[in-house]
Write a protein that binds this ligand. Structure first.
Ligand code: TMP
Length: 236
């Protein structure tokens, strides 16, 4: 028996017979700007599932704890059930997007050190940026949980930078979500890592290989994601 547990902008989550396991289905929908821009692209679910699978397997090999169990079809994965920590964690290596606007620094400038940002996950509020004090005062997470989340986010950054670099790709920035395992409470990487949630530029040309092609009407989304997947297939 399988019931729809939650439908997000790009994925659906279903229960399975095992209360500690959920089934994720990647949808063909794309949204931007908190859902204000919407479209559907044939093949997007398949492409994101394939790209995310490759990345979660790579992270598992590097001993990063994730919710990933296995990929069961072109558009579906089994994952461990977690309660999501309501913080979107953005990691930035190169200036782009909202950081460029907020601090008035050109996109493409390499940061002197990696930045980790926290945003409170709330569609109604438009995911406002928060700091550690806000997270603690609002009891969104504990001090230990925040420290663990930051440590894991930086580990993921190291692993992803090395991985994308082998494909000739610059990891500009990305967004992560973490969850607490229903079974043990352990903090693990959850949600997805895909071109929907990362900025990925060709190292030489800075060609965009991520959802900015849709946000900014630069190129065809499925063609761009297909190109990215092809390049990642060559990485062992
Ligand atoms: P930003 O520059 O718009 O703050 O985005 C930083 C990174 O986070 C970028 O790689 C895109 C990703 N991101 C999401 O995955 N979901 C979101 O809702 C937003 C705003 C950004």
């Amino acid at each position: 028996m399988s019931q729809l547990l939650y439908e997000g902008k790009a994925k659906k989550m279903f229960t399975t017979d095992d209360p500690n396991v959920l089934r994720v289905e990647y949808k063909n929908d794309a949204t931007a700007f908190n859902g204000q821009k919407k479209a559907s692209f044939e093949g997007k679910g398949r492409l994101n599932n394939a790209i995310c699978t490759k990345i979660f397997k790579m992270l598992q090999q590097k001993n990063v704890p994730t919710h990933y169990i296995e990929t069961i079809s072109e558009t579906e994965q089994l994952v461990k059930a977690v309660s999501i920590v309501p913080i979107e964690v953005v990691v930035r290596n190169v200036v782009a997007g909202s950081l460029s606007k907020r601090l008035g620094v050109d996109e493409g400038v390499t940061l002197a050190r990696t930045i980790v940002e926290f945003y409170y996950k709330s569609d109604e509020l438009g995911d406002p940026m928060i700091n550690t004090d806000h997270a603690l005062a609002m009891e969104i997470a504990t001090k230990d949980e925040l420290a663990e989340i930051r440590r894991l986010a930086l580990d993921v950054n190291d692993a992803l930078q090395a991985f994308f670099s082998e494909a000739g790709i610059l990891l500009v920035d990305f967004k992560l979500e973490f969850g607490k395992l229903k079974a043990t409470g352990e903090i693990v990487l959850a949600d997805e890592i895909s071109p929907d949630s990362c900025r990925l530029w060709d190292k030489e040309t800075h060609e965009k290989l991520d959802k900015d092609v849709f946000r900014r009407n630069i190129a065809d989304l499925p063609e761009t994601y297909e190109k990215l997947l092809k390049r990642l297939e060559d990485v062992k």
